[in-house]
Design a binder for this molecule. Structure first.
Ligand SMILES: *Cc1c(COP(=O)(O)O)cnc(C)c1O
Length: 439
């Protein structure tokens, strides 16, 4: 057998694999890191060089790589039942997971529908909303409203409510027409929220009786470049959705599972619950693909009928996979037993303290944070900033992928004071290198 080394594996990868979110013609400039193993927040390449996973491997990791508790839960499940279909059968891991999530919403969102990736959960929520209105005789409610720069996944339906040009533009001719309204992105100034709400009210008034749902990313529009807004926005949209009789879909695929400081970001609105919550990414702690949609008794009841066609017949082959559900149950048990939220609030403060000097750095604007997400914008990033920053950071033991001119950290919940200092120093050294080089 050939012995593996990082450059060889990267080269073979660039031939045999089509990497996601990557222009392959430019991939040779930043050849993929060949990762052999992970431990805690660290990833190790084939030669044993380490990289701190500052973006939690696309926001999925919560407790670090190769976590012993999650491994035990998955292994135990693997020994008894790796998979069974969820039509005509059921299994304890799925039932327990749905019950635990229901309990976390105080029973308000007591019905869980499973899928395997985030975009599919968004598709499910959109379909359920439309079909629920249809079953209740509101056939005209078939339009969706979403936010400027919002991101909800890249399948055709999810892309229709996504407003990130690089993902959307090529496919625009294929997409269902959604209404895109102003974002409450606080970087747009103190009246951004008021303007966003006025724009939403305008669309809901113009399209009264035609809108099925509004879909939002509560508190942080992550793929937009960590655009943040206040909980007051959640209260206001909940009230507007009630006033106009439309569903509110809270896409918590990125911000759920404690990332924002509460288990669900929407909780911080202190205004009850949305009609749908989508979850994925962190729910299985970064181990196995799993997503789900939580919804209300009202939505559930609207499908209850002797007629098959009034039911929600959507399915995916791996719906409710027991291994992924076992991992998710272990994640939720950890939240319950190990004060994960309390500890993550302490960790968020450590990050805030370590990065505080950046607030006075003239190269930087909009230093901001919500829970375990910290971000800032670079004022004069120059050409291909994200690519250059990502590449330069590798030499500082940091795996980080800026979004445009936004540098962000979304680390596993494993931050202590020395780690926060390490991250600050690595980010500063990289920033200086990249900006000096551009000048
Ligand atoms: C990542 C993400 C999705 C899509 O999830 P995938 O598993 O990548 O399909 C949808 N919505 C939000 C808010 C996300 O961050």
């Amino acid at each position: 057998m050939k012995s593996l080394n990082s450059p060889d594996l990267a080269a073979r990868s660039l031939v045999a694999l089509w990497h996601p979110c990557t222009q392959m013609a430019r991939a040779a400039v930043t050849p993929p890191l060949a990762i052999a193993r992970g431990e805690g927040p660290w990833l190790f390449d084939l030669e044993g060089r380490r990289y701190f996973d500052a973006n939690s491997s696309w926001w999925v990791n919560l407790f670090g790589h190769s976590d012993a508790g999650l491994r035990a839960a998955i292994t135990h499940q693997l020994e008894t039942l790796p998979h069974v279909m969820l039509a005509g059968c059921t299994h304890a891991p799925a039932v327990e997971l749905a019950e635990k999530l229901s309990a976390l919403t105080g029973g308000a969102l007591g019905h869980a529908f499973f899928a395997s990736d985030g975009a599919s959960a968004v598709e499910i929520a959109l379909k359920m909303s439309f079909h629920s209105w249809r079953n209740r005789g509101f056939e005209d409610k078939r339009e969706f409203v979403c936010l400027r720069n919002g991101y909800h996944g890249e399948t055709i339906g999810a892309l229709a409510v996504t407003d990130v040009a690089v993902f959307r533009d090529a496919y625009d001719p294929l997409l269902m027409r959604a209404h895109i309204v102003d974002s409450p992105d606080a970087r747009q100034g103190p009246d951004a929220e008021a303007r966003a709400l006025a724009d939403l009210r305008r669309v809901l008034t113009e399209r009264r009786g035609h809108v099925a749902a509004l879909i939002i990313e509560p508190l942080v529009q992550c793929a937009a470049g960590m655009a943040m807004h206040e909980p007051s926005y959640l209260r206001a949209v909940r009230a507007l959705c009630d006033e106009f009789g439309i569903h509110l879909i809270a896409d918590e695929i990125a911000v759920g599972c404690g990332r924002s400081g509460t288990f669900f970001a929407f909780e911080q609105g202190e205004c009850g619950w949305p009609d749908f919550i989508t979850l994925s990414k962190g729910i299985s702690g970064g181990t196995l693909p799993l997503s789900l949609v939580l919804t209300t008794e009202t939505v559930y009841q609207s499908f209850w009928s002797e007629q098959v066609g009034r039911g929600f017949l959507h399915s995916h082959s791996y719906t409710g996979n027991p291994l992924a559900c076992a991992a998710a149950n272990a994640v939720l048990d950890r939240f319950a037993a190990d004060q994960v939220l309390e500890k993550s609030r302490v960790q968020a403060r450590l990050l805030a303290e370590a990065f505080a000097p950046l607030a006075a750095d003239p190269r930087v604007a909009h230093l901001r944070q919500r829970g375990m997400i910290l971000a800032f914008d670079v004022r004069e990033p120059g050409e291909r900033f994200a690519e250059r920053f990502h590449l330069a950071a590798r030499a500082h033991e940091l795996l980080i992928r800026p979004i445009g001119a936004t540098v962000y950290l979304m680390p596993p919940y494993l931050i202590d004071a020395p780690t926060a200092q390490f991250l600050f120093k690595a980010v500063m050294a990289t920033l200086t290198e990249v900006l000096d080089h551009a000048a």
